[in-house]
Design a protein around this ligand. Structure first.
Ligand SMILES: [Zn+2]
Length: 374
């Protein structure tokens, strides 16, 4: 009798432990994921290829196992721009060229950054251009035209983004309306640094405005700002119980294409690849994180072709095992751009799809981690 009683007791205990175990496992798989979204502006397949032939070591691009292709057209033109391109990525809707965070009728669309703030996420934006430039702006601003930098700056005051690093100081303190928006940010518990990437203050928002407009490019001697700002953002955002969304832009890959400047393009791609390395290290230590790397469009119609050299007689000769970068144009192109994913729910990003689908894939990845945006 006593023996049976003990057995029943043990069974009950086993059952309860199992229930508890299942609940723990479920709560673990349901933990909201961190999202790191990296945009190589103007980065097509050839730009990525350049990292394989011009870098000193194996590119981090080679470490991705999940790859997709994104079609980048806008509603007003097949060949898009950074505004329509980034808005499709940030809102899930294709729109017209020059639009920032608005639809075809110039109506404001909620961005993934804003939606995640409502789900108790921290947020961060890192760019090499003005922080009011098309790509970062498409995550927090809603204006008809990308050139409305001063209006975009006003939207940033209201946006409560926790970590901001980039340029564009003049749109905040040398404005036509004579307002000094830096004072507004200070009132809103921001630590502002206009000189250097200092250590962030943990219980404040941090805003690094390190150039009047864009930062220097790599050829001009920017140094390691992009990997360092990304590391700083990750340290700051992960030093907290809350999940986070961080967008990092490698802005000047595009500028290299516009200038048809192969050296500039390669240096910017390698800098972006180095920054991907910083994020990959973070993912190893923080596996509940999803990294997506893509582009808003390709720039320059770049190709990696035969390296030609003139011999002493002036005859063109092909040099083997050497390549050169050629551009067909100094404009954006309609070429498909690559999408790379690593980390939690990475598998969602394989395939070929329109650019706005990437937003919906992020929504799906979040849903799998228990975060319901819609
Ligand atoms: Zn662009």
């Amino acid at each position: 009798m006593k023996f049976t009683y003990i057995i029943t007791k043990i069974n009950k205990l086993i059952f309860l432990s199992l229930l508890l175990f299942t609940a723990i496992i479920k709560s673990q798989t349901q933990k909201p994921i961190n999202i790191i979204f990296m945009i190589g502006d103007g980065m097509g397949v050839s730009q990525v290829t350049s990292a394989f032939y011009f870098g000193d070591s194996e590119p981090n691009f080679q470490k991705f196992k999940v790859v997709g292709l994104s079609e980048t057209s806008s509603t007003s033109d097949w060949v898009t721009d950074s505004a329509a391109g980034a808005t499709a990525l940030s809102t899930g809707e294709k729109t017209y060229k020059r639009a920032i965070g608005v639809d075809q009728d110039s109506i404001a669309l909620p961005t993934i950054l804003e939606q995640l703030q409502k789900k108790n996420y921290q947020t961060g934006l890192v760019s090499l251009t003005s922080i009011t430039h098309a790509t970062p702006a498409s995550y927090y601003a809603h204006v008809k035209d990308r050139d409305l930098h001063e209006d975009i700056a006003l939207d940033l005051v209201k946006a409560n983004v926790n970590f901001l690093a980039g340029g564009g100081l003049k749109f905040f303190n040398k404005r036509k309306d004579c307002k000094n928006l830096l004072n507004e940010f200070k009132k809103l518990n921001y630590n502002i640094d206009t000189l250097k990437l200092s250590k962030p203050i943990q219980n404040k928002n941090n805003f690094y405005l390190l150039a009047q407009d864009e930062l220097p490019n790599k050829v001009q001697g920017r140094g390691d700002f992009l990997p360092e700002a990304t590391q700083t953002a990750l340290d700051y955002l992960s030093n907290n119980k809350k999940p986070f969304f961080l967008m990092v832009e490698g802005s000047f890959i595009d500028w290299g294409g516009h200038a048809k400047d192969g050296e500039m393009m390669v240096k910017e791609v390698l800098d972006f690849d180095k920054t991907i390395g910083v994020v990959m290290k973070f993912i190893k230590e923080n596996p509940n994180t999803l990294l997506v790397v893509t582009a808003d469009h390709e720039t320059g119609g770049a190709s990696i072709g035969k390296f030609m050299e003139k011999d002493p007689a002036g005859k063109e000769k092909n040099i083997k095992n050497k390549v050169q970068i050629n551009f067909i144009d100094n404009q954006h192109t309609a070429a498909l751009v690559p999408v790379f994913a690593m980390g939690k729910n990475q598998e969602l990003f394989s395939g070929v799809y329109p650019n706005n689908t990437i937003y919906h894939k992020l929504v799906e990845a979040l849903k799998k981690s228990g975060v319901q945006l819609k």
